[in-house]
Design a protein around this ligand. Structure first.
Ligand SMILES: [Mn+2]
Length: 232
């Protein structure tokens, strides 16, 4: 009942910040949000992770391509090395403890990079696609469709083969790393969800269910509820 969910945040000069939709979606699903700032002391980090029941890796800036052995493309967006560092540390600790992890947008990309996979640094210049992944529409409105693999955790949660999702990303997973599998694709084959069979609950989605769950979208709410259930 009421699991504690560690949540990562964005940071710049003198501020930590997080879109409140993430926090509200977790509270709405019955989780207690605990925000994870940048910290250096490994004992403090371990203690914080020990006190959480699950991890939400939130959206944000681009992952530093040096972490997957690439030079920065001219189309790379802003990077935040301190955030990469704390997120990789807490991700490893949650993984060791096999605690549930939900990763959204940048979080989904970070999970793949943490396992040794890589990313498209910029979809528009690297993929010939007829799908706009950077929508100009209300935040919670699903603009493009995704196809969900049967026999996946995501299919068990959503219960449908095809849904529409919102889309605010210019990067995406390129080469997946074991133990991850793609559980949803857009019609241009951009990977829209990843998961691991080797872990109790490790799911990454490329869209922003938090922007839809706060508008009472059924599938987005199912996603958060299933995550919170797994944390209980
Ligand atoms: Mn998309």
């Amino acid at each position: 009942m009421y699991p504690i969910i560690g949540m990562t945040m964005d940071q710049d000069n003198k501020k930590f910040f997080l879109n409140q939709d993430y926090v509200q979606s977790i509270i709405q699903a019955g989780g207690i949000p605990l925000l994870i700032p940048y910290m250096e002391d490994p004992i403090m980090i371990k203690k914080l992770v020990d006190s959480c029941d699950g991890l939400l890796l939130t959206g944000g800036e681009d992952v530093d391509p040096i972490l997957y052995g690439e030079e920065p493309s001219p189309n790379l967006g802003e990077i935040v090395p301190a955030r990469d560092e704390i997120e990789r540390k807490v991700f490893d600790l949650f993984l060791q403890q096999n605690k549930p992890i939900l990763a959204i947008c940048r979080g989904c990309q970070l999970v793949n990079v943490a396992f040794g996979g890589n990313l498209y640094q910029d979809i528009p210049s690297q993929i010939a696609s007829e799908v706009n992944h950077c929508q100009r529409a209300p935040r919670g409105y699903g603009t493009h469709s995704i196809h969900i693999e049967r026999n996946s955790l995501l299919f068990k949660i959503i219960g449908k083969h095809k849904i529409r999702v919102n889309s605010y990303h210019h990067q995406s997973v390129k080469t997946l790393s074991a133990p991850l599998a793609a559980s949803a694709l857009a019609t241009d084959n951009v990977i829209e969800a990843i998961e691991s069979e080797a872990h109790a609950f490790l799911l990454g989605v490329q869209w922003h269910p938090e922007g839809m769950a706060v508008l009472q979208d059924k599938h987005a709410m199912q996603l958060f509820s299933s995550f919170i259930d797994a944390c209980n």
